[in-house]
Design a binder for this molecule. Structure first.
Ligand code: HEM
Length: 537
């Protein structure tokens, strides 16, 4: 039956040739008013989208409706997510559903209906067709909190004109590598503290080498690094005795982090159910209160310092926050909201990635040796690198890309379609939530030969003609709504990896286990990672 369905489907929907990034995508067709499904489409479509079935098509007969799209049953999905804690396995469920239903499938999450796209070319098609202000999916609860408290939205939660305005202000300041290169000095000071902290922790270890729970160490590094850029002030996260306000802040961040999960529950539970299940929404609001409060303290401190400088008639110069104050392009509420949301977006993402990168280096000494050799050859054993040096060590950049391919911090991304689209032969009406399944596409051999293997060299360019780009792995997203903090994160990670390898050989320890990924909103190491930092000299 399945074979017959596939053959019928193939006749109805000739598969387009896969043509890499530039070709091979189904063009986005405008909605054909009154387009009708071919007779019997429902039955025939049962096999559509399964592995081996045609990916896109229906052009001859018109696109198929969502009713014909395969996908898990609503009840099964609810059980998977709410009963079997599917929220911690989103990445695996993505792969499972792709295997079972194909590269485009539909699902229900509580009141939400989502179409998942797990195909490199279809993801490219969707993202390339975006308008001027793409809409992120599932931000209703974020917006609701802000309305409730009279707060502004930040870049993550804003939509439409509000988003365009804020994005155009922030993109001028941090979007390009050259914008963030001047932060190298500040980041290097944080890295100097990180290295000191590693020596301190090693000295406390029985073997003089093992640092347990590098996740925690890199969390503190990332928080200190991004706060240095966002608030233009140090928090003291890497000191032996962390100042109380910073300790409170770390707690607030912990709460913020657990909020990702809360936020998913909060969003998935319909409003009318809140009186019966009040906890998720209450927790959600409480954690946002804490985040906004903390950010506001730091922003206000900086504002006061600038005011004092101005009162003394001094010339005011500074980084991101200072520029935002002086340019007055954003209101104070918008600055609070953006600082809060950027901090939220900038700590765990960077720290998880750095933890995975160090774990992978420890597990693959031959790769580590190659990266180290390139650093020594092109930069030297002790040269403190700046942003401008990073292009001289392509293996360090390749290491980050490969780490993010295997462990993309955001295993999937969301969009709400702003026009009717035809994707993979299906008519997706305007206003439909799309989930772009980056984790699933990252692990496809077709996109990345021997995809399960850690091979950073796959990202090296052969000369200038060969551009290694692939919509199978776009960990920072793509296009006008992609990650605005990308260059900050890269700077923090590249500079840290270079200096860690200049100081230490990273080895596994008897306590280094195989670490599995767990999704907690973000894809994180499921267990603490322990490694040995062996002094180079
Ligand atoms: C390894 C680190 C990071 C990864 C993998 C990452 C990934 C992402 C992804 C996938 C998105 C969604 C893009 C889209 O919808 O197309 C995003 C958005 C965003 N990220 Fe990052 N991010 C990282 C670090 C950072 C840092 C350090 C900051 C801030 C300093 C930051 C700030 C943001 C903001 C504000 C947005 C929303 C952008 C908008 O909607 O205009 N991210 N990030």
């Amino acid at each position: 039956m399945a074979l017959l369905a596939r053959i019928l489907q193939a006749r109805l929907s000739p598969a387009p040739e896969r043509g890499g990034l530039r070709g091979g995508c189904t063009p986005l067709l405008p909605r054909r008013e009154g387009a009708r499904l071919p007779a019997g489409a429902r039955a025939e479509d049962k096999g559509a989208g399964r592995p081996g079935a045609p990916r896109a098509g229906g052009r001859a007969q018109g696109p198929r409706s969502l009713a014909a799209m395969p996908g898990p049953r609503t009840l099964a999905n609810l059980v998977e997510f709410f009963w079997k804690d599917g929220f911690s396995r989103i990445h695996e469920i993505q792969q499972k559903h792709t295997r079972e239903y194909g590269r485009i499938f539909k699902s229900h999450f509580g009141p939400q209906f989502v179409v998942s796209v797990a195909d490199r070319d279809l993801v490219a098609q969707v993202l390339r067709a975006e308008g001027a202000a793409p809409q992120r999916a599932n931000m209703g609860s974020w917006k609701e909190y802000r309305d409730l408290r009279g707060r502004s939205t930040g870049l993550i939660s804003a939509e439409g004109d509000q988003w365009l305005k804020m994005r155009s202000v922030l993109r001028q300041r941090i979007l390009k590598p050259k914008d963030v290169a001047p932060f190298s000095g500040e980041i290097n000071q944080v890295i100097a503290d990180l290295i000191k902290r590693i020596y301190f922790l090693k000295n406390q270890a029985e073997d003089g080498e093992t640092v347990t729970n590098i996740n925690d160490l890199f969390f503190k590094y990332s928080m200190e690094g991004v706060a240095t850029i966002l608030y233009e002030s140090r928090l003291g996260c890497l000191e032996s005795s962390i100042p109380q306000p910073t300790e409170d802040y770390i707690q607030a961040l912990g709460l913020m982090f657990s909020m990702f999960r809360t936020s998913m529950y909060a969003g998935a539970i319909p409003r009318w159910l809140r009186p019966l299940v009040p906890k998720p929404w209450r927790e959600f609001c409480r954690s946002w209160d804490g985040l906004f409060k903390f950010s506001q303290i730091h922003v206000d401190n900086k504002l006061k310092a600038i005011q004092c400088q101005m009162d003394r008639g001094e010339r005011v110069r500074g980084g991101l926050l200072t520029c935002l104050f002086l340019s007055q392009e954003l209101t104070l509420e918008e600055i609070y909201a953006n600082m809060t949301e950027m901090l939220l977006a900038g700590v765990d993402t960077t720290s998880f990635t750095l933890s995975w990168a160090v774990y992978l280096l420890a597990r693959h000494p031959e790769v580590q040796q190659a990266v180290y050799r390139q650093i020594v050859k092109n930069l030297g054993e002790r040269h403190v690198p700046t942003g401008a040096d990073v292009s001289k060590v392509p293996l360090v950049r390749a290491l980050l890309k490969e780490t993010l391919r295997l462990f993309p911090v955001l295993p999937g991304n969301g969009r709400v379609t702003q026009e009717d689209l035809v994707v993979g032969g299906y008519l997706i009406p305007r206003g439909t939530q799309l989930a772009l399944c980056h984790y699933a596409t990252s692990y496809e051999d077709e996109n990345f030969p021997r995809a399960k293997e850690f091979r950073p060299e796959r990202w090296l360019r052969e000369g200038h003609l060969h551009r290694v780009d692939n919509f199978g792995s776009i960990p920072f997203g793509y296009g006008v709504r992609s990650c605005i903090g990308r260059r900050i994160a890269e700077l923090e990670i590249h500079l840290a990896v270079i200096q860690l390898l200049q100081h230490f050989e990273i080895r596994t320890s008897p306590w280094t286990k195989t670490v599995h990924a767990k999704t907690h909103g973000l894809l994180m190491p499921g267990e603490p990672i322990h490694v040995r930092f062996v002094n180079r000299k």
